[in-house]
Design a protein around this ligand. Structure first.
Ligand SMILES: Cc1ncc(C[n+]2csc(CCOP(=O)(O)OP(=O)(O)O)c2C)c(N)n1
Ligand SMILES: [Mg+2]
Length: 545
């Protein structure tokens, strides 16, 4: 260990990262990062993204699955640009990421040499909570400490520190002070009593759970609240985590991401209690009221932005688990009331059609029959995910991950981060990555990390040879003859091979099952491609549009 007089910024920073538990670095190196990565310590792991988009999203999946912040090291300007789409998604996901990037040397930057990250703090905005380049080399460790403290405080999210390449050999001020900050905020006691009173006086309330509940560790508390209230539970539209079991008798449905349809589904409720979600996350514009007539809305969220952007209702700022736990003793027990009417819930079964490719439902039905008890799903399958959930219900917390943004290119690398977390935690839990054939192309290079680290991921790719969801959107929005929605030429088995992964094509239910079982038994990842029938499903069911 260096003595404090000769301690360099490099040594002080690695000491800090070690103490913060940030010993897994997700990145893609360039010459501006090499002074940071030199003599890479043996107790650190470097996970190579091959492209910055993959590095960011792998870190996101890893952070979510370990429930801890993660460290990302990107290349200067161009690398930041590559990472930007997934930085935006990490911001929407509220994932704490400490993102660093190199910068040209302070000695030359006045004359704009190659590798200059011009106005370095501007590029990642508005999708970072803080962006900073230290005013002097000595401040690098403290800047990372400050970034960490900001990233983990609610609402959590990515932060950015730009570090000139000549900072690392400078003499440090000493070891950085390691600070801790809290990551939960309890509800205002008066306001939550008001909320409880409004729930108690409601005749016909409903609950809507969003992703924050599961992220806050509130899965069990959410079930307890729902059971004491004995009311229907919906899932917030377009939410990235599950928060409530699909198989619970009170569970109704995931709400569609459109205004009019949501108010139709919620018709008849007098109080709608939304916990852990924006009001609401919409996708297509289908006009209609935000809420059905006569309904009031209460929102509990940790995010002031989501409280601010709500078009209707009254909000309470809080960690959702703490709020639910505070609410439970304050609300009347309605469990003896007649159970609310429920939709019929059973795992969908599919009869197999003759000839031609399988329908995607048939493919999912075959897959569900060989479902292992404990697999985690990471999903980016725009036109098929709702149907998938009919066959593969989520029954446990932490078993389903997708993105809060819809920005393609997140979930293929994120699956590698989730699987890496399972490996490091020693859970032995496999990851099923359900990925559209179009979606796979955006961060395809992350397949290499799965192969290099021998991750237990089964990529299941329904190949319809098209951007099906965009065709569905085109019907709804009446925009015919959009070019470039067909991609029949992709050879995904060969792509997998190119990245060092076994690729298999499965055309029948039996082939799907044997490929999946072989993949489960294999030591490392497998890509299974399944040619499926083209189907034009309505984006919003006709009864709701
Ligand atoms: C970064 C990015 N670029 C473009 C889009 C627009 N987009 C949304 S879904 C989609 C098609 C996805 O195709 P595929 O993965 O094959 O799924 P399918 O719709 O066929 O089920 C596209 C291009 C996007 N969401 N994100
Ligand atoms: Mg497709």
């Amino acid at each position: 260990m260096a003595n404090e007089k000769t301690l360099t910024v490099w040594e002080a920073t690695y000491d800090l990262l070690r103490k913060l538990g940030l010993t897994t670095v997700f990145g893609n190196p360039g010459s501006t990062e090499q002074p940071f990565l030199k003599n890479f310590p043996s107790d650190f792991d470097y996970i190579l993204g091959l492209q910055e988009a993959s590095a960011v999203a792998m870190a996101d999946g890893f952070a979510q699955a370990t429930r801890k912040p993660a460290l990302v090291n990107l290349h200067t300007s161009a690398g930041m640009g590559n990472g930007m789409g997934n930085i935006m998604t990490a911001f929407q996901n509220k994932t704490p990421l400490i993102i660093t990037a190199g910068q040209q040397t302070r000695e030359m930057i006045i004359c704009d040499p190659l590798l200059t990250n011009r106005d370095e703090t501007m590029l990642p905005r508005p999708y970072v909570k803080w962006a900073y380049e230290p005013k002097r080399a000595e401040d690098v460790p403290r800047a990372i400490m400050r970034a960490y403290a900001l990233a983990v405080q609610p609402p959590a999210g990515p932060v950015f520190v730009s570090i000139p390449l000549d900072d690392w050999n400078k003499t440090a001020l000493g070891f950085a002070d390691v600070r801790s900050v809290s990551s939960r905020i309890a509800p205002d006691p008066d306001r939550i009593r008001e909320f409880a009173a409004r729930i108690n006086s409601a005749k016909n309330p409903a609950l809507i759970y969003g992703a924050e509940v599961e992220k806050a560790g509130g899965w069990d508390a959410g079930i307890a609240l729902a059971e004491k209230l004995n009311v229907p539970v919906f899932r917030a539209p377009a939410c990235e985590r599950m928060s409530f079991p699909d198989t619970h008798p009170l569970f109704q449905a995931q709400l569609p991401a459109a205004m009019g349809p949501i108010s139709k589904i919620l018709h008849g409720f007098d109080l709608i209690v939304v916990i852990g979600a924006p009001i609401f996350r919409y996708y297509p514009y289908v006009p209609g009221p935000v809420l059905p007539e006569g309904a009031q809305l209460l929102q509990i969220t940790i995010d002031p932005t989501d409280a601010g952007s709500a078009l209707v209702g009254d909000s309470l700022l809080s960690d959702t688990k703490l709020a639910i736990e505070t609410l439970i003793p304050l609300i009347d027990d309605r469990s003896s009331h007649p159970a609310p009417s429920r939709r019929e819930k059973k795992i969908a079964k599919h009869t197999r059609s003759e000839g031609g490719p399988l329908s995607v439902g048939e493919a999912f039905a075959a897959l569900a029959e060989v479902r292992p008890g404990d697999a985690i799903v990471v999903e980016e399958s725009p036109s098929n995910f709702m149907e998938f959930r009919e066959y593969w219900p989520t029954v446990k917390s932490g078993r389903y991950f997708t993105y809060a943004s819809g920005g393609l290119g997140h979930n293929v690398p994120s699956a590698a981060g989730v699987a890496l977390a399972q490996k490091k935690l020693g859970t032995g839990v496999p990851v099923l990555a359900l990925i559209g054939d179009g979606s796979l192309q955006y961060s395809v290079q992350s397949l290499a990390a799965a192969a290099q680290h021998n991750l237990k991921i089964i990529y299941f790719v329904p190949c319809n040879g098209e951007y099906a969801i965009l065709k569905e959107f085109a019907v709804l929005e009446e925009t015919p003859n959009v070019p470039a929605l067909d991609l029949p030429y992709l050879d995904i088995v060969s792509l997998a091979k190119g990245y060092g992964i076994k690729g298999v094509r499965a055309e029948t239910a039996e082939q799907i099952q044997s490929a999946f079982n072989a993949a489960l038994a294999a030591d490392g990842p497998t890509v299974i491609t399944v040619p499926v029938k083209r189907e034009l499903k309505p984006l919003i069911p006709p009864s709701l549009s």
